[in-house]
Design a protein around this ligand. Structure first.
Ligand code: ADP
Length: 426
């Protein structure tokens, strides 16, 4: 039987007894009133005792009682006990999490909705020079680099921002913000000093080697031209050797030029001017036609907009020339290459489409890597350095633009450069 049923039956039996005794003595009403009052007083007493116990936190063992009140005490006591256990477990977890994040080699700072510091680990205190007392301070007041403040305000945290450490300028940090929860952000900073040093060494090495190769190459080319002029054509072996040598020196020249251009793109400060893209495209197409007589009927240029773009004309010229050159190079000599300059939604797009050999799907993400050349079976060997699309990618990155490649093996490729509307300047 349930406890409440027992309580109910006890009260019922009490009233039956009152009815019998009241019936015999004729004092039913006073007796019934006395019993009701008794029950009421008892319940009030119990409520008062319960309220006192719960007010004290309900932590102490509950007072001895019987019936439904014992049940109530027992259940509340059990809930409290479980809650205490859960709190202890949670506290332990938080402690463990704190200890592990404190031990992290990377800096981590939890930021609130107003850029205020909510928590920072030891690495963060070390590399940013933060103090325990900086909790609650706004981070832009403590890390004052303009590029960091711009990054923080931008809300676009897809990429990291590279900064020197405010306490030691020889330390380079890659700072990244990760958003989570409601308005909370985690700022992570990694020491990339060694990585940046290696990168700089690689860039310097490539730049120096390419530069140093230029002089001997020019000398070789000069002598080769003189020897070719002197060749009377009597020895076919000599003539073909000269031609092969010329082809190879030209290839090397392209390689050195492309490497130097890539180095310049990586190291040179951005210059900006308003570039007349339609005029530039007309010029590039004309040049391609002059360089390759067969190309004259192959290029179909459509200028759907007259938009000009803020950027570096020479860089854009290199990128577009590379795309057009590839389209002509990797497609049959009787096929058409379409170039379109148009505006769509928030983007201004340059599209170069060919009906050539296409690129295997697995190679598409890799063709913009340096020296990567797709291994497609070709009737005729196609020359190249494998640096053209790496140059395109770099140039576009410097112009906040994106390269999109759609290609199907045996059908053709479409390379599109998407410039953001903020770059429009006319
Ligand atoms: P490359 O000097 O070899 O042309 P790129 O960096 O310009 O170097 O291109 C890398 C590779 O991407 C090429 O070797 C080629 O396999 C592939 N590729 C580039 N453009 C096209 C295109 N329009 N059609 C088919 N394949 C292409």
């Amino acid at each position: 039987m349930e406890v409440w049923q027992r309580e109910f039956i006890t009260a019922l039996l009490l009233f039956v007894a009152v009815a019998i005794v009241g019936g015999m003595t004729g004092l039913f009403m006073p007796l019934a009133l006395a019993v009701t009052l008794g029950i009421l007083v008892r319940q009030l007493f119990q409520i008062n005792r319960f309220e006192k116990w719960i007010r004290a936190g309900g932590r102490a063992k509950y007072p001895k009682t019987t019936g439904i009140w014992e049940e109530i005490y027992y259940h509340v006591y059990r809930i409290k006990k479980n809650e205490k256990k859960r709190k202890k477990k949670l506290g332990k977890m938080v402690d463990q999490f704190r200890q592990s994040t404190e031990a992290l080699p990377d800096a981590a700072v939890v930021l609130g909705a107003n850029d205020e510091i909510e928590w920072a680990n030891k690495a963060a205190r070390d590399v940013f020079g933060l103090q325990q007392s900086d909790k609650g301070q706004r981070i832009p007041n403590l890390i004052r680099f303009p590029e960091f403040i711009r990054y923080l305000k931008s809300g676009n945290y897809n990429e990291a921002v590279i900064l020197p450490s405010p306490v030691n300028h020889r330390i380079t940090l890659a700072v990244r913000i990760v958003t989570y929860g409601a308005g909370l952000r985690l700022l992570l900073a990694q020491d990339v000093t060694e990585l940046k040093k290696m990168e700089r060494m690689r860039k310097d090495f490539v730049a120096n080697v390419s530069h140093e190769l230029r002089t001997p190459l020019t000398v070789l080319k000069g002598y080769l031209e003189t020897l070719q002029d002197m060749d009377d054509g009597e020895s076919p072996l000599l003539t073909t050797s000269f031609q092969q040598m010329q082809g190879q020196t030209e290839r090397m020249q392209h390689l050195v030029d492309d490497l130097l251009l890539l180095t310049r793109l990586e190291t040179r400060q951005k210059k900006t001017e308003c570039v007349n893209i339609p005029a530039l495209l007309i010029q590039i197409c004309k040049e391609a036609e002059t360089m390759n007589g067969k190309a004259s009927d192959r290029i179909d240029l459509t200028l759907e907009t007259n938009v000009h773009i803020t950027g570096e004309e020479q860089e854009l010229r290199s990128a577009f020339t590379n795309l057009l050159g590839n389209a002509l190079k990797y497609s049959p000599e009787d096929s058409v290459v379409k170039i379109r300059w148009y505006r769509i939604a928030d983007d201004i797009v340059l599209e170069v489409e060919d009906h050539g050999e296409g690129i295997p799907t697995a190679d598409i993400p890799r063709v913009t890597e340096r020296f990567y050349r797709s291994e497609v079976k070709r009737v005729k060997k196609v020359g190249g350095t494998g640096l053209g699309l790496a140059i395109v990618k770099h140039v576009l990155m410097r112009h906040d633009a994106k390269l999109n490649i759609v290609s199907e093996l045996g059908k053709g490729s479409c390379f599109s450069c998407h410039f953001p509307a903020k770059r429009v300047c006319n």
